[in-house]
Design a protein around this ligand. Structure first.
Ligand code: MSP
Length: 648
């Protein structure tokens, strides 16, 4: 029988770059919590997803020379992308939302309109700085030395039409929610929100943009797109069918039991999110938990720091369960923690190889060695010296539960490992190898081994939310035993004649020095020059032949207004009609350098609009990285080759 419904979410990730171990942290924590709740008997809905709109994505796509949708599709669905990473990390999410999903987009339009109609969204003026030559709006903080960040020229005060949400109207209610309930945890984050954001005065929030188009369009006012945070926050409800028929579950799962979020986005979840829900008269989530950051050398983590933070490489070298375990065992969830390879390796060696791994292999190996496949039926009853261990095991589930309910994963694991250490000590105290020598001691020996196997069972069951594959493997070694929640409080669930199955070491010890050296080697760039990895997938010959490569001559080349990346080419392609191609290479060439050159273009790509201009094809260039810097050379061919010559 289900204990009830439980809804838990992670933040939805920006697919603006590949994810690093810091991103993995929150999803692994959410997964552990979701699995724990399932273990307890709840009907869990665990949601994660991707937050795919906004200027940042639009810019990145332009840089990459593709559409924003192509760009996000590649990072979300492509090889080594977000979905692959969650699969690798054994994430058990029940739902996955993409903010570009049609149902979500349509729901956001409805939600925006509702708030407009109830008067909480109104049209106003957004004041900022304007660069006339670039025709661009900037906020004060975007300026570089007070000047336009694109062209470096003077800017002037200006206004732009925009929609605003009456956040100020909800300031008192939100402050009351934060100060007088347990809505936001840990408590330290409450003071930060109230003192830094609410007390200085909450201003109305600008919730539409006209300076870019990659977002949910405001359907009653062309040119405006919905502010990405409004679009993003409502994912928690649209994924359950709020304002759409494509999904369901709102009645069962809303309000959410907890949103896990990183500390830098607590402000959005603890101030803006409840205020918007209040505006719509909707129930508020029961809790927002703002976890700390994983830091690298005390600083922010980013994928550019290389392989040390690449979850794929770490999982491949250390194993998925070891990595999951390390993340939640080593740092208190509510505070920042310093990630290091030394800490990762020593945690694996101490807790997993020495303590847990040893306990499992020694116990199973002794059971097999002294009694074969099954323990004998004849076993002594527990004696005084068994009491401490048995009592610790019997009370473990409650202690663990108390910590898990506070999201104190580190402490919950510490409780389990206290018992594991105690069990290892119990082996030494009882010296089964001595008992084995004398047949008359075999009933005692059987009892000692039974107690150990039972301890292993309960510990493995409680570790299962953190290390699901390991727990499963341990269950197999204990003859496929029960590890359900009720059984984890009961000492004595294992059948007396438990059958054991031998296996390899669960966590082989890692040679710290060697491994650190190997990781260091992996982090070094192979040489100053790095080339893109080769494609592994074959393209069939006929498909390749469909690509129409031609020699083209540059008649004119101009920078594109408002873009620091694009050049606009007018090309002679031998047809007698000029061809226009836009190419994101302004950082590598001055337009005048290219006039008169003979280049190579692929000409039968579908035409595409970039910055409002049509681009009919793509210029071919050679790209590589040198000392970490991106380099690009347009492919130039002999000027004797006439315009329009086909390359094959
Ligand atoms: N798209 C928003 C969230 C919208 S939720 C309605 C966003 N995305 S993000 O990809 O930038 O970050 C996702 C989560 O990863 C955030 O909670 C963030 O705190 C977390 N982390 C990113 N780097 C991190 C660490 N180094 N350590 C721990 N968590 C970190 O924000």
């Amino acid at each position: 029988m289900s204990k009830g419904n439980y809804y838990i979410t992670t933040p939805i990730y920006y697919p603006s770059a590949k994810l690093h171990i810091g991103h993995t942290y929150c999803t692994v924590a959410t997964d552990a919590m979701a699995r724990y709740k399932r273990l307890q008997g709840y009907n869990v809905c665990f949601l994660t997803g991707t937050d795919e709109h906004g200027q940042k994505i639009e810019d990145k796509a332009k840089e990459a020379g593709c559409t924003p949708q192509e760009y996000v599709d590649n990072i979300v669905l492509g090889e080594g992308g977000v979905l692959d990473l969650w699969k690798l990390m054994n994430i058990s999410n029940d739902r996955f939302i993409r903010t570009t999903d049609d149902y979500h987009v349509a729901a956001i339009q409805k939600i925006f309109k509702k708030m407009y109609e109830n008067g909480d969204i109104y049209k106003g003026k957004y004041t900022g700085k304007y660069c006339k030559p670039c025709e661009s709006f900037w906020t004060e903080s975007q300026l570089v030395d007070g000047k336009c960040p694109d062209c470096g020229r003077e800017v002037q005060d200006a206004e732009e039409e925009a929609y605003f949400f009456r956040l100020s109207k909800y300031a008192d209610r939100v402050q009351d929610l934060l100060e007088n309930t347990d809505f936001l945890e840990p408590r330290s984050r409450v003071h930060e929100m109230v003192n830094n954001f609410i007390k200085p005065g909450l201003e109305d929030l600008c919730v539409s943009r006209t300076s870019f188009s990659w977002g949910v369009p405001v359907d009653f006012d062309e040119g405006h797109v919905v502010y990405v945070w409004i679009d993003a926050l409502f994912n928690y409800m649209t994924a359950l069918g709020f304002c759409n028929d494509a999904k369901e579950g709102l009645e069962d799962f809303w309000p959410a039991d907890v949103h896990f979020v990183g500390k830098e986005i607590v402000r959005f979840h603890a101030i803006i999110w409840p205020a918007m829900l209040m505006s719509l008269g909707l129930p508020l989530p029961k809790k927002v938990y703002g976890h700390g950051w994983l830091l690298l050398d005390g600083g922010k983590m980013s994928k550019s720091k290389g392989n040390v933070v690449d979850p794929y490489i770490l999982a491949q070298r250390f194993g998925v369960d070891a990595l999951r375990f390390f993340l939640l065992r080593s740092f208190p969830f509510g505070s920042d923690g310093n990630f290091s390879n030394e800490l990762l390796i020593s945690t694996i060696n101490t807790d997993l190889a020495n303590d847990l791994g040893n306990l499992v292999s020694r116990t199973v190996a002794m059971a097999q060695k002294y009694f074969g496949e099954r323990l004998p039926a004849q076993q002594q009853v527990n004696i005084e010296m068994d009491k401490e261990l048995v009592e610790m095991v019997c009370t473990l589930r409650d202690k663990y539960e108390e910590q898990m309910e506070k999201y104190a994963f580190q402490n919950a694991l510490a409780e389990v490992f206290k018992v594991i250490s105690r069990a290892n000590k119990y082996i030494d105290e009882n010296a089964p190898w001595v008992l084995a020598k004398d047949e008359s001691n075999h009933p005692r020996l059987a009892k000692v081994l039974y107690n150990l196997l039972e301890t292993v069972r309960i510990c493995a069951g409680l570790l299962s939310p953190f290390m699901p594959a390991t727990a499963e493997e341990i269950a197999k070694r204990l003859g496929g035993v029960r590890m359900d929640w009720d059984s984890l409080e009961d000492f004595g669930v294992l059948p007396v004649q438990v059958a054991t199955v031998a296996g390899d070491a669960l966590f082989p010890r890692i040679d710290m020095e060697k491994e650190l050296a190997a990781l260091e080697e992996l982090s070094k760039p192979k040489s100053d020059i790095e080339i893109e990895p080769y494609a592994t997938e074959h393209v069939d010959f006929d498909t390749f032949c469909k690509s129409d490569f031609r020699a083209v001559k540059v008649k004119d080349c101009q920078p594109v207004k408002k873009s620091d990346k694009l050049l606009q080419f007018t090309l002679d392609d031998g047809t007698g009609t000029d061809r226009q191609i836009l190419s994101g290479i302004a950082k590598f060439y001055k337009p005048e350098e290219l006039i008169g050159k003979t280049l190579v273009a692929i000409t039968n790509l579908p035409p595409r609009k970039m910055m409002g201009k049509e681009s009919c094809g793509m210029l071919i260039s050679a790209v590589h990285t040198e000392k970490g810097e991106e380099k690009l050379h347009l492919l130039m061919v002999d000027d004797a080759i006439p315009a329009g010559a086909k390359l094959c």
